[in-house]
Structures are given as C-alpha cells and as structure tokens.
Design a protein around this ligand. Structure first.
Ligand code: FES
Ligand SMILES: [Fe+2]
Length: 377
C-alpha cells in the first residue's frame, strides 16, 4: 500500500459537520466538515490516551476527544485541555497528524502523506464526472481482497467473457481483439472492441431487458470499451454501446488495509436518463461487482507478487504489467507503507502528515511515523 497519493475516500454527501471515521492504509482517520464548508481529515487517535476522536463532538470547528475532552483544530494542534483549565500553555507535542483534503467530482480526496504539494501526483482530471449530460447512480462494494487485485481486475480484458459472460464478452469468442494502450506517468488506458453474444441481444438486453434495439437475427455490433487506471486506486470503465449510448463507471478502490478494499463507484449514462432507469442501471453494475467478487476474493497469493516474473503474463495482460511498472515507481520513491500500521498491540504508528516537516515541529510527535514498506515490487 502507498502513502503520498491522493485517495478519494468518501462521497461528498457523506461528510457533514458530525465527525465520521474512515479507514485508509490500515489507519483510522476522522473527517468532518468545518463551518466554512471545508473538510478536515485528522488521524483518529488522540495522542493523550488513544481515544477515538470520531466518537467526539465538533465544537467551534475543533474536534473534541470523547475521553478527556481535549480539543484539536483542523491543523491537528491541540487548542484546549480541560483538565489544565483555560489559559494554560499547551505543549507543542499535543497534536495529531492532519492531512490535506480536496473535494472534487463529488468525492472527498485525502492525501495520507507528508511530501510537499509540488511533489504530489495531482488528482486525476475526472471532469467527465461533472458533465450534466449524464445521469448517474452510485454505490459501494466491499471486497475481502487487496486493492491492487481489485484495480487490476477492473482493467483486465481477458476475464470478461468468463466472469461476465453474457453481460460483457462472449464466452464462445474469448480472444481479446486488437487493442491499443496509452500510458501516462501514473495511468494507463486500453481501448478495444468487445463482441457480445448475439442471443440475447448483447448489452441492451442485459441492461434493459424490456427493450430491444436489435432484431433476433441481426448481429450485435461490438461495444467500444475503454478501461483505465489512475494509480493507485481509480478505475474507469467506459462503454460506447451502438444504438444506445455511453455508460461510464468510475470507481475509487480504497485500500482499507492489505486485505480489505472498499470500492465507491459512480455509474454514468447518457441514455434512458429518467429516474425509473436508475434501478436497472444500478442492478447491472452491482451484478458485475458480484461476478468479480466471487473470483477476486479467492485469488492467491492475496497480494501481487513482489517480482514481475512471479506470475505469467500474456500479451492480453499488458494493463496489469503497466500497473506493476507504475507501482514500482512508487516503491522506488519510498512511498510504500507496511500494511500493518497498527504496530504491535502496545504501539501504534501513524502515516506522517506534512506538518511533521514543519520547522519547529520536528520533535512534536508522540506517535511514531509508519515505517516504509517493502523495497521491491
Ligand atoms: S484520550 Fe483524548 S483527551 Fe484523553
Ligand atoms: Fe470484472
């Protein structure tokens, strides 16, 4: 798992003035919306006696620990220690890590890391998600699997006829058609034409069983499929369906810990935009998740092998290879973190926030920083 990347960890509407707990990279965060509308993200562990801040209350834009009432501002610095009485100086060491937050595309993005802004990989441009021409549905899916296996699955073309036969792809025609791959610094995108079985009449029947765009004997034209990942955790599946329109699914695959992934997805379509079709669109997307879940949850080893040759790769696995190559860049930058940031039963580590680099705050941290993880893929 990797620190020092932006992660979309919640839908905008989930974050209110009431604190909520969110687990990311095996660490709990507390999020709340301040009175100016900005979202705050702090380490959830109070540095006094380890109270869970998300159980506390937000008062005057400070989060108050439920245990002894210490208050922490949005920057993580303690502002009040009730047992000391008002007006007493507060130690600089009374602070918790506070992480950068952005709100974009209907998601709350948190940056669990400490590198300066100019070194951060920017949030990908997903402005498509703000396009009013599309109607959207959204939902969640929890996997008992490592997020990298989930992300790879999202861009894996050759599994579709087998895992999703009838919805995507034809099990009787499994070869992957000629495809194109574009690779960016932190992303890759595949474009391919996907044939579906003629009977039933391709995706349309699956999406909207009561309507038929094709006659029984008319061959179903291919669907233009684009799949992409934006390292580490965003996946896009973009389908242009002849005679119907376009459906694009975006998902953020949140590494809750090494063994658990929480996917928050949004599905967009530019056809059948009336609310009655939402239920059908959602049902189809959930069905696809359920089909993948059965397979992905049982993959062994659970984590991607540390060596490229730990698995056999074919031409049709090129997206997985691109993912692994990009992942190696993150490893080389020293961004990997141990999957068990909880430490031992009597110690706890915290992913360092940018405040740890501020002058004068070097020695202000009660809880040690989470150590770097493995040094190779
Ligand atoms: S544990 Fe948070 S104030 Fe004591
Ligand atoms: Fe799949």
């Amino acid at each position: 798992m990797f620190k020092n990347f932006w992660y979309a960890i919640a839908f905008s509407e989930e974050i209110t003035e009431a604190p909520s707990k969110h687990r990311l990279l095996a660490q709990d965060l507390v999020l709340w919306r301040a009175s100016n509308g900005q979202v705050r993200a702090l380490s959830n562990t109070c540095i006094h006696r380890g109270g869970s801040l998300s159980q506390g209350k937000v008062e005057d834009d400070n989060i108050t620990c439920p245990y002894h009432g210490w208050g922490f501002g949005g920057d993580g610095a303690c502002t009040i220690i009730p047992a000391n009485g008002r007006g007493k100086p507060i130690s600089k060491r009374a602070r918790v890590d506070s992480y950068p937050v952005e709100e974009r595309y209907g998601w709350i993005w948190v940056f669990p890391g400490d590198i300066p802004e100019e070194e951060r990989v920017p949030i990908p441009d997903l402005s498509f998600m703000d396009d009013p021409e599309y109607r959207s549905v959204s939902g969640e899916w929890t996997w008992n699997a490592n997020y990298e296996r989930v992300v790879e699955n999202g861009t894996d073309q050759s599994h579709t006829p087998f895992v999703h036969g009838g919805v995507f792809g034809d099990p009787k025609a499994p070869p992957v058609e000629e495809f194109e791959i574009e690779v960016g610094e932190w992303w890759a995108r595949l474009t391919v034409e996907q044939f579906s079985p003629n009977k039933p009449a391709g995706k349309l029947t699956q999406l909207f069983p009561k309507s038929r765009a094709y006659k029984e004997d008319e061959p179903t034209p291919p669907v233009l499929v684009k799949t992409a990942f934006f390292f580490p955790s965003i996946v896009m599946i973009d389908l242009t369906i002849p005679k119907l329109g376009r459906q694009v699914i975006w998902d953020t695959n949140i590494p809750v810990d090494e063994h658990t992934t929480l996917t928050k997805w949004k599905g967009y379509r530019n056809f059948y935009k009336t609310p009655w079709a939402d239920r059908i669109a959602k049902k189809m997307i959930v069905k696809v998740f359920a089909q993948d879940d059965r397979v992905v949850n049982e993959i062994a080893p659970e984590l991607i092998p540390t060596e490229l040759n730990g698995e056999l790769h074919l031409r049709s696995d090129q997206m997985s290879l691109e993912f692994r190559k990009i992942k190696q860049k993150a490893v080389d930058l020293g961004y990997s973190v141990l999957g068990t940031s909880e430490g031992t039963q009597s110690t706890k580590t915290i992913i360092a926030s940018p405040y740890r680099r501020e002058e004068g705050l070097e020695n202000s941290w009660i809880l040690p920083a989470t150590p770097e993880g493995s040094t190779s893929l």
